[in-house]
Structures are given as C-alpha cells and as structure tokens.
Design a protein around this ligand. Structure first.
Ligand SMILES: Nc1ncnc2c1ncn2[C@@H]1O[C@H](COP(=O)(O)OP(=O)(O)OP(=O)(O)O)[C@@H](O)[C@H]1O
Ligand SMILES: [Mg+2]
Length: 460
C-alpha cells in the first residue's frame, strides 16, 4: 500500500485515496444489489407460480362422484418467456390420488396442512425447479376436503431476471463512480494549481535569489510549507552572507602582508649591503610565518565547519589536555611562560575530539604567545555533575582591552597583541563552544592581571 502511494504524482495519489474507498463502497453496494436482485427475482417468480397454481386450483371440481381438474392453457401461458423454462404441475387429493399432472413432480417434504401455500425447491427429471404447493379446499357431498395443487418451473428465466437486475444496478453505480472520479480529478487538478505554480517558481529561481515566496498564492494549509521554505532560505541567506563577509575579510587580511612582502623582496633585490638584504629577507620570513599561521587557522576554521553536524562522542578531556600541554612545553619554555596543569580527576565530555583539540590548543597557544615572558599559565579542569569547567588563566600582560567580548570576532586582535597571529583563534574557540552547546567566557583574573578563558562543556 505504501509503495502504491509513495512517489507517484500527488494528483494521482489523491485520486487513488478517494477512489479506492469509493470502489470499496461500490463493491459493498453491488453485493447488496446482488442480494436484492435475487430477492426481487424470487418474488416475481413466486408471484407467477402462485398465479398459475390459483388458475389450476379454480378448475378443480367435484363431478360425477369424483374430483376432476382440467389444466387450462392460460395457467401455463403465465410462464411463457424467451428462456424456454420447463413447467410441471400435479394435482392430488389429500389421500394421495393423482387427479391430473405428472407424478414425478415431488411433493414438499414439509407438511402444508397448516399453510395455504408454500414454495419449495424440487428436482423434476434432472432439472432443478422452484415449486409451489397450494392447498385448495373443495366441497364434496361427503363434506369438505382439499386438494393439493403443485406447480414447478425451472430457473432459467428467474436467473436471467436476477442477472439483468444486477447488471442494471452495476451499470448505474459504476456510472456514478466514473462521473465522481472525473469530477474529483478536475477538482484536484484545480486545487493543485497554486502548488504546482509554487513548484515552478521554486524551480525557475536563480540560485542567488533568496527572497521569500509569497505564501498568499497557495491555500491556507500550505502556508506552513511556504514558511518553512522561506525560513530555510533565510538561514541560507545568513550563511551565504557570513561566508561572503568572511571571504572578504580573509582576502583583505592576506592582501596586506603579501603587499608588504613584495616590497621587502623588491628592497632586498635592490640592497647593495649583504646585511640590509639579510634583514629584508628575515622580514619576509616573518611575514611568511604569519601567513602560514593564518592559513592554518583558516583551515582549522573550515574543519570546524565540516565537523559541525557530526554527532558528539565521549572524550576524556584530562588526557587530551595533558597531551596538548605536554607538546606545547618546549614552545612555552622558549617564550618564558610556565605552564601549570591542574586536573586531578578524569573529565569526560560529549564533544568531537577534533573540535576539543582545536579549542584547547588555541587557548594554550594564546597564553604562550600573548602572556609575555615570566608569566605563568594555569590550565585547570573541574568536572561537575553533568559538565566540565575548563579554564586557561595567566598572569601576563593581558590583551590591553577593557571589552574582552569583541576578541571572539574573526580577525580581531588585541591592542597589544604579539606580532604574529591571525586573530582567528578565539573566534574558533567561540564557534566550537557554540557547536558543543558549551559556553565561553573571557575574563580578567581576580588578581587584576593577565587573561582568563573559561569554557563550560556538557558531560556525557
Ligand atoms: N592569553 C592572552 N593574553 C593576552 N592577550 C590575549 C590572550 N589570548 C588572546 N589575547 C588577545 O586576543 C586576541 C585574539 O586572540 P586570537 O587567538 O583570536 O588571535 P591571535 O592569537 O592573535 O591569532 P591566532 O589566530 O593566530 O590565534 C589576540 O590577538 C590577543 O590580543
Ligand atoms: Mg591565538
């Protein structure tokens, strides 16, 4: 049933939905019609049998000391039909003497003493018949008695009549159903027109047209569909807009250092002194470092977007933090920053590991790059009932800003940021926290010095 309706045209499906029950109703009424045709045919047949039995019964007389009967042709003409049915009759006295007719027409098995007449099925010379037994009172000099008049007829004309009655009912009802189907088809086509027009409008839209569709062109019940399409397009518009802005900003961020490097290379080519040339090339090297950091961060951002919709998994954050901090120690030593890990308990969280790695390493990296020589960065993990609080806090110079929230904007760097850096790290962290249904807070530590980032992540 599901298959029958699944991918076909909506119009056809609707028609089937209406027509199948209607066909069910039709067969039911045809079944009733068959019953009523059969009853009607029986009634007519019985009327004929009764009429002919009466004609015969009227001819039964007591004459010359015995009961006699003459069967008039009119009694049998009643049965004249195209079907050439066989007719048999038998008149008999109550004591079983045949007055006239065929002895082999059987008498009903039930006693008709209590009835005036009754109908019964009978076999006559290998033919099935329907027969009537009629009791006719008759007055004789010895008193009143009665005779039994039996008349039987084969069933050809009765069956033909039943078939005709049924056929007529079938033709009438099938006609009604066909007319209904036609009208329903027209009705459905008409009602579907706005929907099909909407489909055309959706299909013919250029890819960059994301304006909402007018829901008033379709019926009330379809408004939610149009609204759903519109809201989907609004979200698309937002994503497209964000990507466009991001691309513009990224291009801008890359253009400036490229121009600077170009100048530096031109300068080094022109420089006569070896030392000048080396300085210029060293500056180009620094510029390249910055650009490769920016490229890595851009790739990280793209990865975050890709993983966005994958389902979270359980990860032990303590092991992961220890590993990342461990591998960052040499760079921290270089920069003169001490790293302290405060994570005594296992800290399970529901996050894609890749995202978590990106989040932790960006915050640790920031402490190493921006806290300044002599600072200490404390990386702590505090598991709570259904969440884990992760903090990276340092006592360095701080970002030199009063408003910390804007540091999570893309390409945003602090007032006294270290020389290299793309300004993407905290925006990646914020995005990951959002994807993981966590919460990021940037703050100035209680000591009033340095910088703190606090991320609350959901536990399993
Ligand atoms: N621990 C910190 N101490 C002081 N300032 C910080 C600290 N962490 C971040 N900042 C400030 O916030 C700014 C934004 O940080 P973010 O990580 O987004 O960019 P970035 O570190 O400059 O570049 P990158 O994308 O390479 O990480 C930094 O430029 C810096 O000014
Ligand atoms: Mg950073």
């Amino acid at each position: 049933m599901m298959r029958l309706f699944s991918r076909r045209s909506l119009r056809l499906n609707l028609l089937l939905r209406v027509m199948l029950p209607l066909a069910g109703v039709l067969s039911l009424t045809l079944w009733f019609s068959a019953g009523s045709a059969s009853r009607q045919a029986d009634r007519l047949n019985e009327q004929q049998l009764l009429a002919s039995a009466r004609v015969i019964a009227e001819q039964v007389r007591f004459e010359n000391g015995r009961i006699r009967a003459a069967v008039p042709p009119s009694a049998l003409e009643l049965f004249a039909s195209d079907s050439h049915d066989e007719v048999a009759y038998r008149v008999e006295t109550v004591d079983g003497r045949l007055v006239v007719g065929f002895l082999d027409l059987p008498i009903p098995s039930a006693s008709i003493r209590d009835f005036k007449y009754l109908f019964y099925p009978a076999m006559f010379r290998d033919e099935t018949m329907r027969a009537i037994a009629l009791r006719q009172p008759i007055v004789t000099p010895e008193g009143s008695t009665s005779v039994l008049v039996l008349v039987g007829e084969t069933l050809k004309s009765r069956d033909a009549l039943e078939w005709q009655l049924w056929l007529r009912a079938f033709v009438e009802q099938a006609g009604v159903v066909l007319v209904a189907a036609f009208l329903i088809w027209i009705g459905i086509s008409r009602e579907l027109r706005p929907l099909l027009a909407l489909r055309e409008a959706v299909l013919s839209r250029p890819a960059d047209h994301l304006e909402p569709f007018d829901s008033d062109t379709v019926q009330l019940e379809l408004h939610p569909l149009v609204e759903a399409i519109n809201s989907h397009m609004a979200r698309l518009l937002e994503v497209v807009g964000r990507q466009r802005r991001f691309l513009d900003a990224a291009a801008h961020q890359l253009r400036t250092p490229l121009a600077v490097m170009k100048t530096q290379i031109a300068y080094s080519l022109r420089a006569k002194a070896e030392e000048e040339r080396r300085d210029a090339l060293a500056a180009v090297g620094e510029g390249l470092d910055g650009m490769s950091r920016m490229t890595l961060q851009l790739l990280a951002l793209a990865r975050v977007e890709n993983i966005r919709n994958l389902p979270p998994r359980e990860v032990d954050m303590r092991a992961l933090v220890r590993e990342i901090v461990g591998s960052a120690v040499p760079r921290a030593l270089d920069q003169g920053v001490a790293l302290v890990v405060d994570a005594s308990e296992p800290a399970p969280v529901m996050v894609r590991e890749r995202l978590l790695r990106e989040l932790v390493s960006n915050l640790v990296e920031n402490a190493i790059t921006h806290a300044g020589s002599g600072a200490t960065a404390t990386i702590s993990l505090a598991p709570e009932v259904d969440r884990v609080v992760f903090k990276v806090e340092d006592d360095g110079e701080g970002p030199g800003e009063d408003d910390l929230s804007h540091l999570t904007r893309r390409f945003q760097r602090g007032a006294n940021a270290a020389s290299s850096g793309s300004g993407l790290g905290l925006s990646i962290v914020a995005e990951i926290a959002d994807i993981c249904k966590g919460e990021l807070t940037l703050y100035r530590p209680a000591s009033g010095k340095g910088f703190g980032a606090r991320v609350v992540l959901p536990g399993p």
